[in-house]
Design a protein around this ligand. Structure first.
Ligand code: ZN
Length: 505
């Protein structure tokens, strides 16, 4: 696409070294959550803090600033999607963001992350919003300082969202979320009023944990996870992290009476992992071309495999006989239709992380509306529980009995992760748009699933999404692949189809 130039090469070398440091941090984090003996936690915290300091120094150094400026000058006349232009632009973006925040603010945030988290754990345990409120106020104050440093064009929330979903804005999200909201609320109401019910109890029967693990591994491998270049372990909070070329690690947790948890959790993390395994890390470690586009696009990969693929009839046509072999007594007498209905059950509930794929988005919409109102000053910290409960009543028809099951349920606000929530629903929206296009490009896609062949879809994702790293923004990518802008229609069509099949509405 273009001829590499000396300044570009020097920049890449520097970025690669910072990328190596970051991947070491990621490995320490994985180890902390999966292997570390309890007593090793304080020392590990010190190791990670030291490494974070090194990374921060390297990412904000005058040397890096000079290298970026030189690479930008060289890339000046090039196409904006050429390697050199992409890498220079992306490095500038990260560098500006890091250097705009004063050291004291960064240190204060790091401290508040630890203390705020402790306060939140206590507050949630006692269901006491009053004891968490000062920390939410503190975070809002810190975030307002961050917003002032980073700057924004239209809405202060843009400055926060941009960290997780580069180039996305509150206005852009609002537009697409609003077109999703009213339809979803009415669909959920129709389902609640339907006389047809999904046999959810099937998922809560006894599933041997060892058999769950073997079955999950079988599915992860079948859809394309390369176990010679990755691992699946157990941790309290499931996650996936790519440490570098040939080393992608994911985790899950097993509960005997919750089949959904581990199995769809594994499919979800495998979706993230397939993206990580598809990035060109050997060649482009630490630079935009070897990294994921955004949290929303990362989430689109996990949600696609978990939901659009993993809850489809075609998928279970292949896996149901295997499930019957793995859990012969549990699934005795369960028909394919019952299983399909159980895996696609919709039921308004209070807890986001336990929500089904339809109501999940309403949980996210509520958080997005709350966060934008908090950052613009329309909503004060005193009014959070009441506003929260009102929205749950309005959108999901249910009211939390206490704040632990309401506004205190998520860890995000205690860690200053404001601007993060919308990426989950953006992931669902992008997943539906991409999948829609994949089924047009590969007409027999689902027949292939039914015979256990998931390679065509993975190949499609590799070609259209993974190989590009962050060459295109999320919005550019969806336009490039589907020819349309970010839209709620494909997700709504998909969810309407499910509602009609399972609930007859
Ligand atoms: Zn995810």
């Amino acid at each position: 696409m273009n001829t590499p130039t000396p300044a570009y090469d020097k920049l890449r070398t520097e970025l690669r070294e910072i990328g190596i440091l970051s991947s070491i941090g990621s490995l320490l984090g994985w180890d902390q959550q999966v292997m570390l003996p309890e007593a090793g936690n304080p020392y590990r915290a010190g190791q990670m803090e030291f490494l974070a300091k090194l990374i921060h120094e390297r990412s904000t150094s005058g040397k890096l600033g000079d290298l970026i400026a030189a690479a930008e000058a060289e890339a000046g006349g090039l196409d904006r999607h050429s390697d050199a232009a992409v890498v220079a632009r992306d490095a500038r973006r990260g560098y500006d963001r890091e250097t705009k925040l004063p050291g004291e603010l960064v240190a204060e945030m790091a401290k508040t992350e630890v203390l705020g988290h402790q306060a939140w754990v206590e507050a949630r345990k006692n269901s006491s919003y009053a004891s968490f409120k000062p920390w939410l106020a503190k975070w809002l104050d810190l975030k307002k300082q961050e917003i002032a440093c980073v700057g924004y064009k239209d809405h202060p929330y843009d400055a926060l969202l941009d960290r997780y979903e580069p180039y996305e804005t509150a206005a852009g999200v609002t537009k697409v979320f609003e077109s999703l909201r009213d339809e979803l609320v009415s669909l959920v109401q129709k389902i609640a009023g339907s006389s047809k019910k999904a046999p959810i109890e099937i998922m809560e029967r006894s599933y041997d944990v060892k058999a769950q693990e073997a079955f999950g591994r079988l599915a992860a491998e079948a859809i394309g996870f390369d176990f010679t270049a990755g691992r699946l372990d157990v941790s309290v909070h499931p996650f996936c992290s790519g440490q570098g070329q040939g080393d992608t690690r994911m985790t899950t947790r097993y509960h005997e009476n919750h089949f959904n948890d581990a199995f769809f959790g594994v499919l979800h993390e495998t979706g993230h992992a397939l993206y990580e395994q598809g990035l060109q890390k050997e060649k482009y470690l630490g630079e935009a071309l070897g990294d994921s586009v955004s949290l929303g696009i990362h989430e689109s990969q996990s949600r696609m495999w978990e939901n659009l693929v993993g809850r489809s009839r075609a998928f279970w046509k292949f896996f149901m006989p295997k499930a019957r072999n793995s859990f012969p007594q549990t699934l005795n007498g369960v028909t394919d239709d019952q299983w399909y209905a159980a895996t696609n059950a919709v039921q308004p509930s209070l807890i986001r992380v336990e929500a089904d794929e339809m109501t999940y988005n309403l949980h996210i919409l509520i958080r997005f509306e709350m966060e934008t109102a908090l950052t613009s000053g329309q909503l004060g910290v005193d009014d959070v529980p009441a506003a929260w409960n009102e929205k749950y009543k309005k959108y999901l028809g249910i009211t939390p009995p206490n704040d632990a099951k309401g506004c205190l349920q998520d860890v995000h606000w205690s860690a200053g992760l404001m601007g993060y929530f919308p990426t989950y629903t953006l992931g669902n929206l992008y997943a539906a748009q991409f999948y829609d296009q994949a089924t047009k490009d590969i007409p027999d896609l689902e027949q292939q699933f039914a015979s256990g062949n998931f390679k065509p879809l993975l190949g499609w994702l590799r070609e259209n999404i993974h190989q590009h790293g962050r060459r295109y923004s999320a919005r550019e990518l969806v336009k490039r692949i589907t020819g349309t802008e970010l839209s709620a229609q494909p997700l709504l069509n998909y969810l309407r189809g499910k509602a009609s099949e399972v609930y007859g509405v």
